[in-house]
Write a protein that binds this ligand. Structure first.
Ligand SMILES: Nc1ncnc2c1ncn2[C@@H]1O[C@H](COP(=O)(O)OP(=O)(O)OP(=O)(O)O)[C@@H](O)[C@H]1O
Ligand SMILES: [Mg+2]
Length: 284
């Protein structure tokens, strides 16, 4: 008996090229995003992350190469590709003058859903925004805005979600809230491609990490695979100091419970002793 063929990845990019005038930004990008996984596309400012996601979202035409979303070519089957994915852009696209609920209902109506109110209420609950549902978005914090933005992109249940720098500009607690929302999405079977310039974000969230540099994907793999690219760690005594993030979170609030530790997971609440206590010192 032969094994069933492996399912095609939710996103498949091959040899993608894009230049702006003289500036060659993408010089042959190859990238696969498996169904139901979270992949982080990591790169410095100007590396070309937004360029890749705009091509995937059919907002920008590549100069060469191919990109498939949910099996649909972004050029020759653009309508189907577009219907398969939703892009949450680098800058929040919510309407400030509407309430959170009105924003969601508006999008649900535009997508011709039959029960826009019920869809809005379900998403408000899922993203912890029920209490703020009737408030204008102009009164929301950055984290609430970002969560609403992500909630809006889920209307119609697209199988693939692309988040362009979902936590840039957010404070540590708001980042944790967005991370939790992204993890829940993937746990529900949605494929997530996110771009980030934060190493810790990739470390905490992603099943696989792809590093974009010099117009190409330098490496791709799980966190453990990427770690193995460096020489093995040497053992040396170092005093473990809490990070500034640990101190900040211990003083201003609690860590959100984000599930299991490990690649693709983060420490559950209070599990990191450095977050709440002074590190042990060697006896004098
Ligand atoms: N419409 C455009 N015209 C000319 N150059 C552009 C255009 N869009 C992007 N670029 C250039 O292409 C390069 C890649 O831009 P891109 O926005 O894809 O980077 P990025 O990785 O998303 O960066 P960031 O982390 O700052 O968001 C940059 O040097 C940028 O200045
Ligand atoms: Mg960008």
């Amino acid at each position: 008996m032969t094994a069933a063929p492996a399912p095609a990845p939710a996103i498949r990019v091959r040899g993608l090229r894009k230049s702006y005038q003289e500036l060659a930004v993408l010089r042959g990008v190859d990238l696969d995003v498996g169904r139901g996984s979270i992949v982080a596309l990591l790169g410095s400012n100007g590396a070309g992350k937004t360029t890749v996601v705009r091509i995937l979202a059919t907002l920008l035409r590549a100069d060469g190469g191919t990109a498939l979303v949910n099996g649909f070519d972004v050029v020759t089957q653009a309508g189907d590709a577009r219907a398969s994915m939703s892009l949450t852009g680098q800058f929040a696209a919510v309407d400030e003058l509407l309430t959170g609920r009105e924003n969601l209902v508006l999008i649900a109506r535009l997508r011709h859903l039959t029960t826009p109110g019920a869809v809005a209420d379900e998403l408000l609950g899922r993203f912890g925004l029920s209490d703020a549902a009737a408030r204008r978005v102009s009164t929301y914090s950055g984290g609430m805005r970002r969560r609403l933005d992500i909630a809006m992109s889920l209307i119609g249940d697209p199988p693939v979600i692309v988040l362009d720098e979902p936590t840039t500009g957010l404070d540590p607690q708001a980042r944790l809230e967005v991370w939790r929302a992204v993890k829940e999405l993937a746990a529900g079977g949605t494929t997530v491609l996110l771009t980030t310039q934060y190493l810790d974000e990739a470390e905490q969230l992603a099943d696989r990490i792809a590093i974009l540099h010099g117009g190409q994907i330098l490496v791709t793999g799980t966190l453990d695979e990427l770690r193995r690219l460096l020489p093995p760690a040497t053992v040396e005594y170092v005093e473990k100091q809490p990070t500034l993030e640990d101190v900040f979170l211990a003083l201003v609030g609690h860590r959100a419970n984000l599930g299991e530790a490990g690649p693709g997971g983060v420490d559950p609440a209070g599990a990191d002793p450095a977050a709440t206590s002074v590190p042990a010192k060697e006896d004098q």
